[in-house]
Design a protein around this ligand. Structure first.
Ligand SMILES: [Zn+2]
Length: 332
């Protein structure tokens, strides 16, 4: 009996132990299933994905100032539109000293159109001389060489070589081949658009300008052996007929007279020019050149880029200190 009891107790102990072991194993497996994530080591923190900075709006790269200056005769005496040789040289000097790059108008237009190769100059000025006065050769050309400044000449073809005030074909050829001077058209007869508009019927007006623009271009190209790309309207007067004809005849750009800086938005067939005459002081020229164009994206671009403090500073300095070798201009 005793042995039966002992066997029974042993069996109970064995079953109990087995049950305990099984329960423990089950609980362990359950725990492992329940908490696998907590026991595994946490993944190493990944470097955060770089967030793209907001794309900066693509601002075309333009000079901070672009301006075209319009001169006529360079002489001590003459009409209101004459500028003295000394003053013309002072203008070149001061523009050079203020970091202006002198371009021809065709180069300036290629810059506006984004077709400029190489570094974009910070400040651009185009010197233009209208009509074909001989002083363009005797006064301007040596100074352009001295300062390595480029310029554009607008000549009206039926005046060339007719008086000793006008340029000769030989002088024009020499300048055209110098690499410093661009020759462009100023029509054949220098008739004023406003006058012709009053005198002629629309069709005759159109025919007359077609002849003026075509003939002057052809004559200059044949006589000088260069491509004539630009045109200056006589008196700076422009209208829609003239602009359309200029384009139709094959000019790539045309200039008017309008005291504004040039911006990329300017009409290529009515580019503005500041008209220079003997009543205009150097201070006014500098004031013009540092005035940003209003109400345009270009203006905002300018405002960010150009403090133009150097110009202001220079503008305020007494003339004698700026140009110790030049007499004070008599007219301000
Ligand atoms: Zn003219």
């Amino acid at each position: 009996m005793k042995s039966i009891k002992r066997v029974a107790i042993a069996a109970v102990l064995v079953v109990g132990t087995l049950a305990g072991v099984l329960l423990w194993q089950g609980q362990k497996a359950q725990d492992e299933r329940r908490q696998p994530q907590q026991t595994r080591p946490l993944p190493a923190p990944q470097p955060s994905t770089p967030t793209l900075s907001r794309p900066t709006p693509r601002t075309p790269s333009y000079p901070s100032v672009i301006a075209i200056l319009c001169y006529h005769d360079l002489a001590e005496k003459g009409s209101r539109y004459s500028v003295t040789p000394q003053r013309f040289e002072a203008h070149l000097k001061i523009l050079r000293a203020n970091g202006f790059t002198f371009l021809t108008v065709s180069e300036l237009v290629s810059l506006l159109d984004g077709e400029w190769d190489g570094a974009v100059p910070r400040r651009v000025v185009a010197i233009t001389l209208d009509d074909g006065f001989r002083s363009a050769y005797t006064v301007a050309f040596p100074l352009l060489r001295k300062y390595q400044a480029k310029a554009t000449l607008f000549v009206y073809t039926n005046w060339i070589a007719t008086t000793n005030k006008a340029l000769t074909w030989e002088q024009l050829r020499e300048m055209a081949q110098s690499g410093l001077v661009e020759i462009a058209s100023h029509t054949v007869t220098h008739a004023y658009p406003a006058r012709l508009r009053r005198a002629l019927r629309p069709d005759a007006y159109r025919q007359r300008w077609l002849w003026e623009l075509q003939t002057s271009k052809q004559t200059l190209e044949q006589r000088l052996g260069v491509v004539i790309r630009g045109l200056a309207y006589p008196g700076g007067q422009v209208d829609e007929t003239l602009k359309r004809l200029a384009q139709q005849v094959g000019y790539q750009w045309a200039v008017a007279i309008n005291p504004k800086p040039v911006t990329p938005r300017c009409d290529r067939y009515a580019l503005p020019r500041f008209s220079m005459d003997k009543t205009i002081s150097l201070g006014q020229v500098l004031a013009w050149l540092q005035r940003p164009p209003r109400a345009s994206r270009h203006a905002h671009h300018l405002a960010r880029l150009v403090p133009s403090s150097s110009l202001t500073h220079l503008h305020r300095r007494p003339f004698a200190r700026r140009f110790p070798h030049h007499p004070r201009p008599s007219v301000n």
